[in-house]
Design a protein around this ligand. Structure first.
Ligand code: COA
Length: 170
C-alpha cells in the first residue's frame, strides 16, 4: 500500500514558471506514447508561464509538493476538472490520485450536476478509476493542431463509491 506524503496548496504567481516547466515535461514524457511528435509539438507551442496566471488568480489551480518541490498540479472549477499533470519523475506514486481528490472537491463545490473533463488518450483509464465514463471521442484545437481527446463524465450520484473503490486499490 502506498503512503503518500504530499502537501497540497493553492498555486500563486511565483509558481507560474514551474507550472509551465512541469506541464511541458509531463506532456512530453507521459503522453508521447499516444500522440505523434508533431501533435505534441503543436500542442505545446506558444505556451508561456504567464498563461497560468488567470487560473491562479481565479483560485482554480493548486499544486502538490513533495519535499517542498512541486511534483504535480491540478485545475478545477465547479462542474469541471480542467487539468491534472504530474512530473514524470514522480509518476505512479499517487500524486495524480492526490490531485484528483482535491480536484473533485473543487468541482463539487456548489455544484450538483455531473462533472466533465477532457482526457488525454493516455489518461483515460486513470480517470475511469475515479468513476468517469467516456461520453465522446473528439479533437480539441491547440494552436495549429487538432489534438484527439476523450470527453468523460462523472455522475453526481456515483462518485463517492467510485472514488472509494479507486482508493481501496492503492
Ligand atoms: C495520468 C497521470 C495524471 C497519472 O498520475 P500518477 O501520479 O502517475 O497517478 P497515480 O500514481 O495516482 O496512479 C493511480 C492509478 O492510476 C492508474 N494509472 C496511472 N497512470 C496510468 C496510465 N498512464 N495508464 C493506465 N493507468 C494509469 C494506475 O492504475 C495507478 O495505480 P497503480 O500505479 O497502483 O497501478 C499522469 O500520468 C500524467 O500526468 N500524465 C500526463 C498528463 C496527462 O495526460 N494528464 C491528463 C490530462 S487530461
Amino acid at each position: 500500500m502506498k503512503t503518500p506524503h504530499f502537501n497540497i496548496r493553492e498555486a500563486n504567481s511565483q509558481d507560474a514558471e514551474r507550472l509551465h516547466q512541469l506541464h511541458t515535461a509531463s506532456v512530453r514524457a507521459l503522453c508521447s506514447g499516444h500522440y505523434p511528435a508533431e501533435i505534441i509539438d503543436g500542442w505545446l507551442s506558444n505556451r508561456r508561464p504567464e498563461g497560468y496566471l488567470p487560473g491562479i488568480e481565479r483560485g482554480d489551480i493548486f499544486v502538490v509538493e513533495r519535499d517542498s518541490k512541486v511534483v504535480g498540479f491540478g485545475e478545477a472549477a465547479p462542474g469541471k476538472i480542467i487539468a491534472v499533470y504530474v512530473d514524470p519523475i514522480a509518476g505512479r506514486l499517487g500524486v495524480g490520485s492526490a490531485i484528483m481528490r482535491r480536484a473533485l472537491e473543487k468541482a463539487r463545490r456548489g455544484w450538483q450536476g455531473p462533472i466533465h473533463l477532457e482526457s488525454t488518450l493516455n489518461a483515460e483509464s486513470f480517470y475511469e478509476r475515479f468513476g468517469f465514463r467516456v461520453v465522446q471521442r473528439t479533437t480539441v484545437q491547440r494552436n495549429t493542431v487538432a489534438v484527439p481527446v476523450v470527453v468523460m463524465e462523472l455522475d453526481c450520484i456515483q462518485p463517492m463509491a467510485s472514488t472509494a473503490k479507486a482508493e481501496q486499490g492503492k
